[in-house]
Design a protein around this ligand. Sequence first.
Ligand SMILES: Cc1cc2nc3c(=O)[nH]c(=O)nc-3n(C[C@H](O)[C@H](O)[C@H](O)COP(=O)(O)OP(=O)(O)OC[C@H]3O[C@@H](n4cnc5c(N)ncnc54)[C@H](O)[C@@H]3O)c2cc1C
Length: 355
Amino acid sequence: MIKRRTFDVLVVGGGPAGLAAVSTLLQESTKTCVWVDPQFRSGRLINFTPVPSNTRTSLFVRYAEGCGGGDGLAMRKLRERRQDVGCELKLAAEMVREVAETLAERHLERLERVWGTCEELEQTMDGWNALFSSGESVMVEHVILATGAHPKPGPSIPFDGIIVDPETLLRPSEIQLTAQDTVGVVGNSHSAVLILMNLSKLPSPPRIINFHRKNLRYAEYLNDGRIKHDNTGLKGEAAEWAREGMAKVERVQLTDEQTVYDKWLPECTHLVWAIGYERNPLPVIRDLNGETVMVSGYDTEQRLMGTNDKVICNLYGLGIAFPERVIDPSGEQEQAVGLWKFMPTTKKLQLSICN
Ligand SMILES: Cc1cc2nc3c(=O)[nH]c(=O)nc-3n(C[C@H](O)[C@H](O)[C@H](O)COP(=O)(O)OP(=O)(O)OC[C@H]3O[C@@H](n4cnc5c(N)ncnc54)[C@H](O)[C@@H]3O)c2cc1C
């Protein structure tokens, strides 16, 4: 049961981006917040617990400290690790959960958490009326959507074998494939390479065919501390493995996709689409006239846009669903995705909400 009916800010999503938003608002303003998530179990990170991180452990510690950190067990575990290399994402997931709990205890007066989903946002003259899956509703001035993303499904093409959920293959203990199987992995992303690595390291690995459009790209650490292709290049254990391990994989370039699939898919018993992530469905958004508004994009201040790219008042996006666009050292535009990378975006957002 929600205790109060009005808040300054609603944050939707309890993953790393939602935590960054709530902690920044609580620490750097006097705003009251209502925070909604079905579980408050660290968002999608919970699916990646055995995955080796592609960022250094020190960045998780910096993120956590930016969120108000604390000195709980998960924080201590992270701090005890070597800081200049990666760690398994389990430690990051535990930290996000712990910091969220600490924050909720510390700010009882200004933060209320709601277990469930935000189903609908109705624009009002003063802000938004938000409806939750529990049937309850609250009035808020601003809304931040940190609603996350899920693996992008592949196109529906004829395939007689089994389509495998890519995230299952990120968890080696759940993989049930053997040398009798032939697995087609479509994609060249960080997740795709982690999947190829996990498959090839099985005690009795299947035949692995990797369908890809582009060549692999690696992040480059420059002398001035910046990282070229930081968000699009391979890093960490996946990069280390790919430099040699790719030799164990049959690589098939998707030149003419139809011809390639016609030729190769009949050989595959299993197929995995590891072609990136797409935004989760958003709550239904209604304007002042009660009309449904479809989000068409977001601007450089993370403000969401609706019909004709018009900014929707007091509605913002954050995290992997609405990553900040940045320019990398090679001059290419990238989307900044990662726990530590959500912090500067969040600070910018907090400033525009509070000014
Ligand atoms: C394989 C892989 C490896 C990665 N490795 C790293 C790494 O090493 N380092 C790093 O920094 N990052 C890494 N990332 C990126 C990082 O994990 C994600 O970017 C991060 O989880 C995204 O956080 P988020 O809060 O934006 O979204 P999510 O984690 O997806 O959280 C969104 C939350 O919102 C909730 N939600 C959605 N809709 C609603 C609604 N209507 N109402 C209420 N709640 C809702 C969801 O249930 C979920 O809990 C990796 C990602 C992948 C895929």
